[in-house]
Design a protein around this ligand. Structure first.
Ligand code: SDX
Length: 424
């Protein structure tokens, strides 16, 4: 529990003073508990939750000014370069990095749940082949609610824990199938002898005609690191959506489907797909100056730039850029879009318009270039983000259900019609 500091904020309203308790966490700003404002007949007002802490959490800490991102205290650059994604999943879910034995046990547990009920594969046929894979993911993940009746008692910690394993294990299978369906290839089933990222790329690109398909280890390593860089990020829009859905007692599959829906937006997880489309539209370095003028006229946004929290660099973007250089070098790819992206970054980091607004590359700016090099089609970029963020969403869902919580129910500033009567 957070520590009451003993300090109080004093709010003077209509000549009355209200004392509001202040709490401290272990890192980050203190918080003012404003619930007593209600007794004064007022609501607090914070559209977009710019200054609102919605909950207490021990999972992830972000310092936007210092460019710090910690998962259970470990810096993201250390996890991305020294731990596997599954080790990071274990850390997010359990609070500690696994021992060798715990890691082996967790990997076996996950691999034993990568299959989905065969009826789930039938859902895909209800979609048009040109459906966006995110539309498919919202549907099929939510539909998992119909398959695990005997493990959906959210008050039962064992049910909660097996659900977390199932979601981490099955999301790559469902994600790969959302791609296979849209390209008209048969579904490829998971294998127990492959690592998590290898298995995903195998299900994405193997075909029955190529029985000996082998995943390039360079790509598997890059994929695993991209998953880690997207695993969790505090109370972002999609995680807050999962918590809000979870606060009603909704089943975890429905909550994760709600998170996938929220992530899809171009202001959030949809930005990685939007970055590649933006680079395609700009076309060449010669067009950058004109494009930047459009940005300054607010006709378009520079996708992959800016962040609600990071007003300095996004530490994930730094690791992503390093990974981008490593993957393109290893594959011998000289992608002109990388040069274009670097020119955009160079200009943005020196242009007063961006500097004044503290706009820096975020996690989505370079990820698309790596995903393209791995062979992932653009419309699958946000699916990859959803796949990786599922462990973050379910970690927050577990944390919320591990103690007392109230249904999330914000109020409003009403500016509509005052009461009037129908006169006929
Ligand atoms: C993710 O929250 C998270 O943690 C999210 C995430 C995670 O891991 O979960 O980190 C993942 O969503 C990363 C962000 C991906 N989105 C994009 O790259 C889309 C482009 N970025 C913007 O839409 C925007 O920067 C947001 C949505 C990310 C943040 O918006 P804010 O905090 O509400 O900031 P704002 O819109 O109030 O912008 C402040 C100013 C405005 O200009 P003025 O009105 O002051 O003149 O900066 C401008 C904005 O117009 N601005 C941009 C811009 N982002 C903000 N101008 C041009 N291009 C941009 N990208």
């Amino acid at each position: 529990m957070s520590e009451a500091t003993g300090k109080k904020a004093v709010l003077e309203l209509d000549g009355k003073k209200i004392e509001l308790p202040i709490y401290s966490g272990t890192l980050g700003p203190d918080v003012v508990d404003v619930k007593d404002v209600l007794a004064s007949g007022h609501f607090t007002f914070d559209p977009g939750f710019m200054a609102t802490a919605s909950c207490e959490s021990k999972i992830t800490f972000i310092d936007g000014d210092k460019g710090i991102l910690l998962h259970r205290g470990y810096p993201i650059d250390q996890l991305a370069t020294q731990a596997s994604y599954l080790e990071t999943c274990y850390l997010l879910l359990n609070g500690e990095l696994p021992t060798a034995a715990q890691k082996a046990d967790f990997e076996v547990k996950v691999s034993q749940h990568t299959m989905v009920h065969d009826q789930v594969s039938r859902f895909y046929n209800g979609f048009r082949r040109d459906a966006h894979p995110m539309a498919i993911m919202v549907g099929v993940v939510g539909a998992l609610s119909a398959f695990y009746h005997n493990n959906l008692d959210i008050e039962d910690v064992n049910h909660r824990e097996i659900t977390a394993i199932r979601l981490v294990a099955k999301i790559p299978t469902l994600a790969a199938w959302s791609y296979k369906y849209t390209v008209g290839q048969p579904f490829v089933y998971p294998r127990n002898d492959l690592s998590y990222a290898e298995n995903f790329l195998y299900m994405m690109f193997a075909t029955p005609a190529d029985r000996d398909y082998k995943v390039n280890p360079v790509l598997a390593k890059a994929m695993d690191r991209i998953f880690t860089l997207h695993a969790d990020h505090e109370q972002n829009a999609s995680t807050s959506t999962v918590r809000l859905a979870g606060s009603t007692g909704a089943n975890p599959y429905a909550c994760i489907a709600a998170g996938i829906s929220a992530l899809w937006g171009p202001a959030h997880g949809g930005a990685n797909e939007a970055v590649l489309k933006m680079l395609d539209e700009i076309g060449s370095v010669d067009n950058v100056a004109e494009f930047m003028e459009k940005v300054k006229r607010k006709e378009v946004k520079l996708m992959g730039f800016g962040h609600r929290v990071y007003k300095n660099f996004d530490p994930r973007a730094k690791v992503m850029k390093q990974t981008c250089d490593e993957v393109l070098a290893a594959l011998g790819i000289n992608d002109p879009q990388l040069q274009l992206a670097m020119e955009l970054e160079r200009i943005a980091l020196s242009d007063p318009y961006f500097v004044e607004r503290k706009l820096y590359p975020n996690v989505d700016f370079y990820s698309g270039i790596i995903l393209k090099a791995i062979g992932i089609p653009t419309e699958m970029f946000t699916v990859i983000f959803a796949l990786a963020r599922t462990v973050g969403w379910i970690s927050h869902w577990l944390e919320m259900h591990s103690g007392p919580y109230k249904i999330g129910r914000p109020r409003q500033l009403y500016t509509g019609e005052t009461q009037r009567d129908i006169k006929r």
